[in-house]
Design a protein. Structure first.
Length: 228
């Protein structure tokens, strides 16, 4: 039986309509999103290897062996051999400021310490009370990167001609105090503290003092009064 031309046209029209619809759908589809930029390892002129605290997330061992592998206690005595005045000048050049709110330059504050003793000893006091609500930045350093704090106490104490450091830690920081106390003991056993600290020829001690939970002791004069 012969097929009419109209019956032949129907499948052809159907295929044409389908092609038009597919073409329209393709043209109406949004373009694919641009590829995400590659993650950078440079932040404001600082590179990833410029990080000071290398274990704030607790991914590595906080003990002294692990800390030394990450660069702690590297050339500490060589830095101290440059002399207290050189260290203070380097601190001034660095632009490092305090985080207590006033943003006071750290190097300038260090330079206020007397260069010649009148017979009375000088001490470095580290305010680790951190009792202001929501301020827990130092907590991570003490429990995960404590050797960085201990080495910093030695260098800062030497620069200010202090004979010892007192770390006043918040009373509620029970686990942090345990970690920090063990880290200090490890530093003594490794020769980093005490007589001839880190082989520098300078004697320096660190004492850990736990607060009793008083909020006011986060203020420096109350903290010193509590220590005394």
């Amino acid at each position: 039986m012969p097929v009419s031309s109209s019956s032949k046209a129907k499948p052809a029209l159907g295929r044409l309509a389908g092609a038009i619809l597919r073409r329209g759908a393709a043209s109406a589809a949004p373009p694919p999103p641009p590829a995400a930029p590659a993650l950078t390892k440079v932040y404001g002129g600082l590179k990833d290897q410029d990080r000071i605290f290398t274990n704030l997330y607790g991914e590595y061992d906080w003990r002294i062996d692990g800390a030394i592998q990450r660069g702690d206690w590297h050339m500490t005595k060589e830095i101290m051999w440059q002399g207290p005045d050189w260290i203070v000048d380097e601190m001034k050049k660095s632009g490092l400021r305090g985080r207590g709110g006033a943003g006071f330059p750290s190097g300038l504050k260090w330079s206020f310490m007397p260069k010649k003793s009148d017979g009375r000893p000088s001490f470095l006091v580290v305010n680790a009370d951190e009792s202001e609500p929501g301020t827990c930045k130092d907590r991570e350093i003490m429990r995960k990167d404590p050797q960085k704090l201990i080495e910093g106490c030695l260098i800062a104490g030497y620069a200010m001609r202090a004979r010892a450091a007192y770390i006043y830690i918040r009373g509620e920081y029970f686990n942090e105090a345990l970690v920090l106390a063990e880290a200090i003991h490890e530093a003594y056993r490794a020769g980093k503290l005490g007589k001839n600290a880190a082989g520098s020829g300078y004697d320096f001690d660190i004492y850990l003092h736990r607060g009793a939970g008083a909020y006011i002791c986060g203020e420096e004069t109350a903290l010193i009064e509590s220590l005394e």
